[in-house]
Design a protein around this ligand. Structure first.
Ligand SMILES: [Zn+2]
Ligand SMILES: [Zn+2]
Ligand SMILES: [Zn+2]
Length: 439
């Protein structure tokens, strides 16, 4: 019998060499592990697979990349929150939310999102993805419903979701919870499933079912089994492109920039981060040709003390692979129904020339992409310009000398907690007070 494997010897060797090189640099008592999955998203073929240090299987057997689940942390948010937000919940990349401490009810208990050092205030969906914000992610899932996020993960092929289970003490545990918004799962995900899920974004929104071999053939040449998987459109093409557009920015100039490929004409997108308690590091990214996911952590699930750059490792591997395959260029094809507008990032309205770019704290103008019909139609209504007397710090009157008057742009917002916006918000006190020094 002959098995026609999907593994590509050339690609597998490159991955092995780079992973081993990285692991050799790792010192310390506990042995750091790396797993890797590389898929051709056009057909689901797994071209490379690494389950850890060479020759070392986990104590309990199996392969770290396909048999072991780990918590995805922020890696899950684009799949469980932002994709459904764009695909079905009526949000756009320009929808504005307030990143501020957020309380919600779960299992009858009131919880508050993890306290951040500093909340960002008003942010667009794009900024929430770029900055991996937890509060807006939880708010979003809370508004469109946990079940929707859960269902999208199922469509993406996440096979380790737990709908309902009893633990040893008889408590009901389930992934149908808002923790799904930030990737705290009961069991976690396998690297294989997570990579295949991102591969669907790379594959214009069509599902990717990973396969390891294409067929089984007996000695006489009869095909015993053909391993074919049908792809189905699990989200709109435009959603996949919009998510890819943000993940491109994340990889090219955001926190993932260590993964930026030095190839001008080859587009790449990706996302990275760690799980709660910093037990897992992830980076998963794709070009128009391949999707590769890297996980790193310890078998005993202890906190990671020394950082490995999964991004830099991803970059080395993907650069080399595209080189040997002689792929120099490729882009993610923009769907026909995508349009671009300049918006105000503090309210999501159309940017007003001469106003929004002078927003306090830096320009609030951003070019954003929309599915045609979902773009804003109203102008910005959150920025106002006032003439303020420098001497009194109050609204200027005709009596104030011109050289004492400055024009300032303020943000109209009701602050429910301290955020980065707080210093720029127009106070009702200022609105009501006129300069009385100059008479
Ligand atoms: Zn504005
Ligand atoms: Zn505005
Ligand atoms: Zn004055």
């Amino acid at each position: 019998m002959k098995i026609y494997t999907c593994l590509d010897g050339e690609i597998q060797k490159i991955c092995e060499r780079e992973v081993e090189k990285q692991l050799r640099r790792e010192k310390g008592k506990r042995k750091r592990q790396i797993s890797l999955v590389l898929i051709d998203q056009s057909n689901g073929k797994v071209k490379a697979l690494i389950g850890g240090r060479s020759g070392e299987v986990p104590q309990t057997g199996g392969n770290r990349a396909i048999d072991y689940t780990r918590n995805p942390g922020v890696m899950l948010t684009p799949l469980s929150v932002w994709t459904p937000a764009l695909d079905t919940a009526g949000m756009t990349l320009g929808t504005v939310q307030d990143d501020v401490a957020y309380s919600y009810t779960e299992n009858g208990k009131t919880r508050t999102t993890k306290d951040e050092k500093e909340y960002q205030g008003l942010v667009t969906t794009r900024e929430s993805v770029m900055k991996r914000l937890q509060s807006t992610a939880v708010q979003t899932m809370d508004s469109f419903g946990i079940q929707t996020g859960y269902d999208y993960l199922k469509k993406f092929g996440i096979s380790s979701l737990i709908e309902k289970q009893e633990d040893v003490e008889g408590n009901v545990i389930s992934d149908l919870s808002l923790s799904l918004a930030v990737g705290n799962m009961v069991d976690g995900v396998t690297n294989l499933d997570l990579t295949a899920a991102y591969a669907a974004l790379a594959n214009e929104g069509k599902s990717v079912s990973p396969i390891f071999y294409t067929k089984l053939v007996d000695q006489t040449g009869n095909i015993l089994f053909k391993n074919e998987r049908k792809q189905s459109q699990i989200l709109r093409k435009s959603t996949a492109w919009l998510m890819t557009n943000v993940l491109r920015e994340y990889l090219e100039s955001g926190d993932g920039s260590d993964a930026a490929l030095g190839m001008d004409k080859l587009a790449a997108a990706g996302y990275g981060g760690s799980s709660a308690g910093h037990k897992d590091q992830w980076f998963t990214g794709y070009t128009p040709f391949y999707t590769a996911g890297i996980w790193s952590g310890y078998d005993d699930e202890k906190r990671i003390s020394s950082e490995i750059s999964c991004e830099a490792l991803w970059k080395r591997i993907m650069t080399r692979i595209h080189e040997v395959k002689k792929i120099e260029k490729g882009s993610f094809k923009i769907p026909d129904d995508i349009v671009a507008y300049d918006i105000c990032t503090k309210c999501g309205g159309l940017a007003v020339e001469g106003l929004c770019e002078e927003a306090p704290g830096g320009s609030a103008v951003q070019r954003e992409y929309f599915v045609n019909g979902s773009q804003p139609v109203q102008n910005c209504d959150c920025h106002v310009r006032y003439r303020v007397c420098k001497k009194s710090g109050r609204l200027a009157t005709e009596k104030c000398p011109e050289d004492q008057v400055e024009e300032k742009v303020y943000l109209i917002k009701e602050e429910t907690g301290k955020t980065k916006d707080s210093p720029y918000v127009l106070s009702s006190k200022l609105q009501k007070s006129k300069c009385s020094l100059h008479k």
